[in-house]
Design a protein. Structure first.
Length: 212
């Protein structure tokens, strides 16, 4: 049976919606679902199936609302919370994600129990979506050497919010000077995207906002 162009368009829209549900990143899920639901809305209008058009139009607008809220208004969705030490939750978090942590931060787990180390939780409302950790050096600079966000939130630009232009970590630590170290090439590239550059002291400091 030969399919018409309209039917093919409808199947492609369905495929986009289905594919969006396979994404681990909530940002990718919403972008792909936005295109799929918008296409399905158009398909419903074309074939005169107005309940389909209305439903998918509503889904598309919902995706736009949450994408705008997450990407342009991070202070309304995210916060930084100091974790008291020792913390059973922090230990659980590090153990749960230890395999990926070993890849991204090869040296960190061996240093994670240092007494001078501080931990901060990245929160979306009441849900923990990441953990930051660091220590105060002899120059009274707070040095962040661990910045881990769970996969679903890695496209939310939380690095810009906490360490880069948003600089929310400084607000919650009380330190006026925040720096970072890179434990891998991938981490160094990440810091560069945030607007950090490497100084003579081997610390990375924030120079200005860049697009990630």
């Amino acid at each position: 049976m030969e399919l018409s162009a309209v039917e093919i368009f409808g199947y492609c829209a369905s495929a986009l919606v289905a594919y969006s549900l396979t994404q681990s990143s909530i940002i990718k899920l919403r972008w792909i679902n936005l295109f799929g639901s918008s296409s399905f809305c158009m398909y419903g209008i074309i074939i005169g199936a107005y309940p389909v058009a209305v439903l998918n139009g509503f889904i598309a607008m919902t995706n736009v609302y949450f994408l705008r809220k997450i990407l342009t208004q991070p202070k309304q969705n995210f916060s930084v919370l100091r974790a008291n030490q020792p913390s059973n939750y922090v230990n659980f978090f590090l153990d749960f994600h230890k395999e990926e942590i070993k890849q991204l931060f090869p040296s960190f787990l061996n240093q994670s129990q240092q007494t001078e180390r501080e931990y901060f939780l990245l929160m979306e409302n009441t849900e923990v979506v990441g953990v930051l950790s660091g220590y105060r050096n002899e120059d009274a600079v707070f040095v962040v050497d661990f910045d881990f966000v769970i996969p679903a939130y890695r496209d939310c630009k939380l690095g810009h919010f906490a360490l880069g232009k948003g600089n929310q970590l400084a607000k919650y630590t009380g330190y006026s000077r925040i720096a970072a170290t890179a434990d891998s090439d991938a981490h160094a590239q990440y810091l560069q995207k945030l607007g950090f550059s490497k100084k003579d002291t081997l610390l990375w400091t924030f120079d200005g906002a860049r697009e990630a």
